[in-house]
Design a protein around this ligand. Structure first.
Ligand code: 3PG
Ligand code: MG
Length: 398
C-alpha cells in the first residue's frame, strides 16, 4: 500500500478537495438511509481539526453529463448537516465560477458541498480538462469514496494525479479491512458467495477459488453448481447454460486445494411467497414441481462447522431467498454464528455488497462483523481481484 493518509499531508489552511460517496437512497425528496453520509463524518471532522477547509466532491445518481434537477446533491444537505452538526454551504456547479466563488468565500471551520460531478460531461470520461478544473479549486486531494473507486472518473482518478493526494479515513478503513480479509488474511479463509447467478459472479468465483480455503456457495448459484454434478433441481432458479462453467470451477478447486461447500440439503416450496408451505429435502431430491429457496439445516451445520475452523470470513450474497420468510433461515443462522465467533475474537469477518448488507442488517448482526463495506460494485470488483482505478491513482499520487 503506497497511498498516503490524512496523517501524511499538511492540511493547515489548505482547501481540501474531498471526494466522498454520498450516493444515498432517496424517496420523496428525503434521504432514507444516511449510512454513507455518516461514514464520511470522521474524515471531514479530521480535516477541520487539522485546519483544512473541506470541499466535498460527489456524484448522485446517473445523470449522464447533464443537469438533472432531481439528481441535485442539494437533497443531501439536511442529512449532511445533521451528521456533521454544522452548516454546509453549497455551490450550484462543481467547476467554474460558482465553485470558485463558493471556495473563495469559505471560512475556517466551514464545509462546502459542490453540485453533482456527473452533471459535467467530463466526469465519467475521466477528462483531463475536467480534472484540471476541479484541481484548480483546491490545494490537496483526499479520496474517501471507496465505493466509487471502481470508476475511473475525473473526480476519482484523473484529479489524483494533479494534486498531493491521500486516502480519507473511510477509504483507509475499507482498504485495511479488505487487505486483512483477502490479500494477507489469517488462514484458513472461508468465502461465502451467494446470490442468484453464476454468470454475474464468474470472475469472483474464479478469483476466490485460488485465494480461499473454503468456498461456500449459496442462493440460486448453488443450484447451477448442483446441475453441474448432474443433480436435477426441479423448478429452482438456475442457469443451465452455466452448468459447464460451474463444473470447470469445481475442477479448478480440486487442483488448487480449495473446498467448495454446496448445500447437502435444501428447503423447497412450490410457491415463492412469504410463509409458503415448505419442506426440507436432500439436495439431490428436489421434487420436479418444487424449487429450492434456502439451504437446509444440515447445510447450515456444515457451513457453521467451516466457520469454526476458519480465522477469516469474507461474505458476499445471501444463502437463500432472504427477503422472504422463512427462506432467510439459513442466512440468519450462518450470520449469527459468524457474529458470535467474531465477538469471541476467533474470526475476522468482512462483508460487502448491497444485498449482503441488507441481509446482515435483517439478521441483526451487522454491528458484530469486523467490517461491513459501504460498497456494492467496488467491493465485488475488489473481490474479483481487479485493480480499482480510484485506489491505484492514490498509489501513484502527484
Ligand atoms: C454506488 O452507489 O454503487 C456508487 O456510488 C457508484 O455508483 P455508480 O454505480 O452509479 O457508479
Ligand atoms: Mg452501483
Amino acid at each position: 500500500m503506497a497511498w498516503k493518509t490524512l496523517d501524511d499531508i499538511d492540511l493547515k489552511g489548505k482547501v481540501v478537495l474531498t471526494r466522498v460517496d454520498i450516493n444515498v437512497p432517496v424517496e420523496d425528496g428525503r434521504v432514507t438511509d444516511a449510512t454513507r453520509i455518516e461514514k464520511i463524518v470522521p474524515t471531514v471532522k479530521d480535516i477541520l481539526a487539522r485546519g483544512g477547509k473541506p470541499v466535498l466532491l460527489a456524484h448522485f445518481g446517473r445523470p449522464k453529463g447533464k443537469v438533472v434537477p432531481e439528481m441535485s446533491l442539494k437533497i443531501t444537505l439536511p442529512a449532511l448537516e445533521a451528521a456533521l452538526g454544522r452548516t454546509v454551504r453549497f455551490a450550484e456547479d462543481c467547476i467554474g465560477a460558482p465553485a470558485k466563488k463558493a471556495v473563495a468565500a469559505l471560512g475556517e471551520g466551514e464545509v462546502l458541498l459542490l453540485e453533482n460531478t456527473r452533471f459535467q460531461p467530463g466526469e465519467e470520461k475521466n477528462d483531463p480538462g475536467m480534472a484540471a478544473a476541479l484541481a484548480a479549486l483546491g490545494d490537496v486531494y483526499v479520496n474517501d469514496a471507496f465505493s466509487a473507486a471502481h470508476r475511473a472518473h475525473a473526480s476519482t482518478e484523473a484529479i489524483a494525479h494533479l494534486l498531493p493526494a491521500a486516502a480519507g479515513r473511510l477509504m483507509e478503513a475499507e482498504l485495511k479491512a479488505l487487505e486483512r480479509a483477502l490479500s494477507k488474511p489469517e488462514r484458513p479463509v472461508v468465502a461465502v458467495v451467494g446470490g442468484a447467478k453464476v454468470s454475474t459472479k464468474l470472475d469472483l468465483l474464479t478469483n476466490l477459488v485460488e485465494k480461499v480455503d473454503y468456498l461456500v456457495i449459496g442462493g440460486g448459484m448453488a443450484n447451477t453448481f448442483l446441475l453441474s454434478k448432474g443433480i436435477e433441481v426441479g423448478k429452482s432458479l438456475a442457469e443451465r447454460d452455466m452448468a459447464g462453467t460451474a463444473g470447470e470451477i469445481f475442477r479448478k478447486s480440486l487442483d488448487v486445494g480449495c473446498e467448495i461447500v454446496l448445500p447437502d440439503d435444501a428447503v423447497v416450496a412450490r410457491e415463492f411467497k412469504a410463509g409458503a408451505e415448505s419442506q426440507v429435502v436432500r439436495a439431490d431430491a428436489c421434487p420436479d414441481d418444487a424449487m429450492i429457496l434456502d439451504a437446509g439445516p444440515e447445510a447450515v451445520k456444515r457451513i457453521v462447522g467451516v466457520f469454526e475452523v476458519c480465522k477469516t470470513l469474507i461474505w458476499n450474497g445471501p444463502l437463500g431467498a432472504f427477503e422472504i420468510e422463512p427462506f432467510d433461515t439459513a442466512t440468519n443462522a450462518a450470520a449469527a454464528k459468524a457474529a458470535e465467533l467474531t465477538r469471541a475474537g476467533k474470526l475476522v469477518s468482512v462483508a460487502g455488497g448491497g444485498d449482503t448488507v441488507a441481509a446482515l442488517n435483517k439478521a441483526g448482526v451487522a454491528n458484530d462483523f469486523s467490517y461491513i463495506s459501504t460498497a456494492g460494485g467496488a467491493f465485488l470488483e475488489w473481490m474479483e481481484g481487479k485493480e480499482l482505478p480510484g485506489v491505484a491513482a492514490l498509489d501513484q499520487g502527484a
